[in-house]
Design a protein around this ligand. Structure first.
Ligand SMILES: C[S@@+](CC[C@H](N)C(=O)[O-])C[C@H]1O[C@@H](n2cnc3c(N)ncnc32)[C@H](O)[C@@H]1O
Length: 768
């Protein structure tokens, strides 16, 4: 089988790709990772470079001699270096240049002329270039970058949440590209600030302005998201009371007394609460004490220098009760009452083992006591002691609906030990009420969007599809809310930031003792409109809204009618992440808000699990070997299938996730479930070779910032891109002698090329 070598089979400007990939991790606004949480996303920079270099011929295929090929390669390197820079994401000229480069190679491979002009090139790529297929699409990095390069993007995943993320990134935006928003006129006022829902913008400007790409869609998401927020405040705002405070002469604040509230209004400030900080409680097992003992990991509220604040528990020994005050200034918070070894009663000092707390939790005798309130002050956060009526108000919330579905597998490793057995158990009643109302409002917003779209002139079927599209993003905002509004969230009291830490800050659902309950209606950490803004920024900034896309839910092994595709994919890796178990957390809320518009992907009550390629022993009665075999054989079957549908003129690229658990640090994993996977690399290569593919390159990708790497993996790449080709059925085996002769002939010039590609010495052996 003859084919032209692609750039990725010869050299890559790895240093810049890795630098930009690492940099992406710190980008907070507009990055697809802020659209919806997904685990182990590949950096866009790496995906973009890999795809570009998989489609573009290596210059040795078309330049007359080695020197000119080298110079041409350097030119392509410079182009890739600009392409991977996040700052250039919306540089249309640069991307037109990249598309032209791909079109040249595609035309060369087809033996046709290169079309002239960007529109013709786009059309050419969208019809003649091989579509890029990612059957393990996850958070959508690879399909998104395929689309940005003007290629058809085919994405599929078994997991409905991943499928929706891909729809939101590549399927919905191009359908409504370059259209103005449909929302009705707004009252005139000051110009809108970015992320403020277009507040104050006048309707004529909606039409006067040129709406490029998905900007109109993003604007509607902001507008209807703001409508949802305001409407929710009307319905449940009373559950989120303000605090009435008076400034002390030293600049701190105290609660106003009921008399002061009535009499001296002028000095009183009514501040919006950012978060209520609670400690879980159990009854002290010491019969002589029996106090309701607070369980708190830490009493610090802020460790910021000069702004220290902490909770001071005050024990009333007679009443066997604890109340809390807030202290600021010099001093130190007392130690928390729970650590890795167990808890202790703050009233009598009795050590309390986890077994007791677990039993109390399972018997539904675990409660919560308000420890502190964080409010929005003019100059930053204000920490206040609890007020009784705030606890009472929270206790009046009664949810109408809740997701009473059991936590499964990896999501159920820890919290069910303490009696948190279902998805609903992860939330307070007030949080459930809010998530309920926001889910309902997503459905109500849809009706409004559809009728506004009709008024704005969209014909019925399109108005309806548009409403579904906007609603999808609003459903994502509710998912983000769930992530920030569960009792797993805690208050980050760090020196740099004080904020709510989301449920999935770790890749697990781990028990929290003290937790932060955010206010949907604040303008600070964890409020609803922030989620809407983050989502609309992604649509604005990162969605290319060009070329067609196909997104579907299916098992990668069952694929597909597609043929002649170019596969680029990032398969799951043993038991690294249990996507299905963890994503149930989001699925239950998405199903509630979006289930009716996506009936085909929300058929099951929870995320489908049986076909998921993950080597978790619990799905095989604890049998690790069977779990490992299931994963390896399943992946092997997928490769066989991918070989059949791959267009042989192009290479397949597979991301091999370097498993963090292969390091010593994780080898004594808590539950000992982690498999010994030192053979992982060989297994992957074997699966590829057995599927009738042959390796033509491997590239180490560093996606971690060096400073944040765990010490014992600092010398290793965090993933490897494997480049392979469809092996001809009549390919003959070579003898050892032939192999060594070929190595001697080809290795020295290849190494030279690699060194010029700026590969770090530590990665050279791998890349070679
Ligand atoms: C490593 S992740 C992909 C991450 C993605 N490249 C990104 O950047 O976000 C692997 C994906 O494979 C999916 N998956 C697992 N088993 C599958 C199967 N049998 N068929 C299709 N997808 C599967 C998981 O749901 C997960 O989204």
């Amino acid at each position: 089988m003859t084919y032209r070598k692609k750039l990725i089979e010869v050299a890559l400007p790895l240093e810049e790709i890795n630098k930009q990939s690492a940099r992406e991790k710190s980008i907070r606004h507009g990055h697809p990772s802020t659209l919806h949480l997904w685990w182990a996303r590949r950096p866009l920079a790496a995906c973009r470079a890999v795809l570009f270099a998989s489609l573009v011929d290596d210059p040795s295929e078309y330049m007359p001699d080695e020197k000119s090929a080298h110079d041409e390669r350097e030119r392509l390197f410079r182009l890739i270096e600009r392409l991977v820079n996040w700052d250039n994401l919306n540089d249309e000229k640069l991307f037109a240049e990249a598309r032209l480069e791909i079109a040249r190679s595609v035309a060369r491979n087809l033996g046709v002329e290169v079309p002239v002009g960007d529109a013709a090139i786009r059309e050419f790529l969208a019809t003649k270039a091989p579509p890029v297929l990612d059957p393990f699409a996850g958070g959508g990095s690879i399909p998104l970058e395929a689309q940005r390069l003007g290629l058809r993007a085919y994405a599929s995943d078994l997991n409905p949440v991943a499928v929706l993320i891909n729809k939101a990134l590549i399927e919905i935006p191009p359908r409504f590209a370059n259209r103005p928003p449909v929302h009705p006129p707004l009252t005139p006022g000051p110009s809108p600030r970015r992320g403020e829902g277009g507040r104050g913008e006048e309707q004529p400007s909606l039409f006067q302005k040129e709406w490029r790409g998905a900007q109109g869609l993003a604007e509607d998401v902001r507008y209807y998201g703001k409508w949802m927020r305001d409407e929710a405040e009307k319905r449940i705002g009373h559950l989120y009371p303000k605090v009435s405070v008076i400034a002390n002469p030293d600049g701190t604040y105290r609660h106003a007394t009921p008399e002061e509230i009535q009499n001296s209004k002028s000095k009183i400030q009514h501040l919006t609460v950012i978060a209520w900080l609670w400690a879980r409680t159990v009854k002290c097992p010491n019969p002589a004490c029996g106090a309701t003992m607070p369980l708190a990991r830490s009493f610090w509220l802020s460790t910021k220098k000069g702004k220290q604040a902490w909770v001071q528990p005050i024990v009333d020994n007679k009443a066997k009760a604890v109340r809390f005050e807030v202290r600021t200034g010099e001093g130190k918070a007392p130690d928390g009452t729970v650590n890795r070894r167990g808890a202790s009663c703050i009233c009598c000092g009795t050590p309390v083992p986890f077994e007791y707390i677990r039993a109390e939790g399972k018997a539904k005798r675990m409660g919560a006591q308000l420890m502190a309130i964080v409010a929005e002050g003019k100059k930053g956060r204000i920490y206040l002691a609890p007020v009784a009526n705030h606890e009472e108000i929270a206790s009046t919330a009664v949810p109408i609906w809740k997701p009473e579905l059991d936590l499964m597998g990896k999501a159920a490793v820890n919290v069910p030990l303490y009696g948190l057995r279902t998805q609903a158990d992860l939330f307070t009643a007030r949080q459930l009420v809010s998530l309920d109302i926001f889910s309902d409002l997503t459905i109500e917003a849809r009706k409004r969007i559809e009728s506004d779209a009709l008024v704005a002139g969209l014909p019925l079927p399109i108005a309806s599809v548009y409403a579904n599209g906007v609603m999808t993003y609003l459903g994502f905002a509710v998912d983000k809310a769930a992530d920030y509004w569960s009792t797993i969230c805690f208050w980050h009291n760090g020196a740099a930031h004080q904020k709510i830490v989301n449920t999935f800050a770790r890749q697990a659902i781990a028990m929290s003792w003290d937790f932060a309950e955010g206010n949907p209606f604040s303008e600070s950490s964890g409020h609803f409109f922030r989620f809407v803004s983050l989502i609309s920024e992604v649509i604005d900034t990162a969605a290319p809204a060009i070329s067609t896309a196909q997104v579907k839910q299916c098992d990668a092994a069952d694929l597909y009618s597609n043929k002649e595709v170019c596969v680029s994919t990032d398969p799951p890796y043993y038991d690294n992440i249990s996507y299905a178990d963890l994503s149930d957390f989001f699925y239950v809320w998405l199903r509630r808000s979006l289930g009716k518009i996506y009936p085909e992907i929300f058929t099951t009550m929870l995320v489908p699990k049986a076909q998921e390629l993950v080597a978790t022993p619990y799905r095989f009665d604890g049998d690790k070997e069977r779990a490992q075999r299931f994963f390896e054989e399943g992946l092997g079957r997928v490769f066989v299938h991918l070989r059949e549908i791959q267009q042989p003129k192009y290479p397949i690229t597979v991301y091999y996730a370097f498993k963090q658990a292969e390091t010593e640090e994780d080898s004594n994993d808590d539950n000992n479930d982690t498999l010994a996977v030192s053979t992982g690399w060989e297994t992957m290569l074997e699966a590829i070779l057995l599927a009738g593919l042959t390796l033509t390159g491997t590239w180490p990708m560093r996606t971690e910032l060096i400073t944040s790497l765990k010490k014992n993996v600092s010398a290793l790449a965090s993933s490897i891109v494997i480049v392979c080709r469809v092996r001809a059925l009549d390919a003959h085996a070579v003898t050892r002698r032939e192999f060594i002769a070929a190595l001697k002939r080809e290795l020295p010039p290849a190494l030279k090329e690699l060194q010029q590609g700026y590969i770090a010495p530590v990665d050279l052996a791998q890349a070679a």
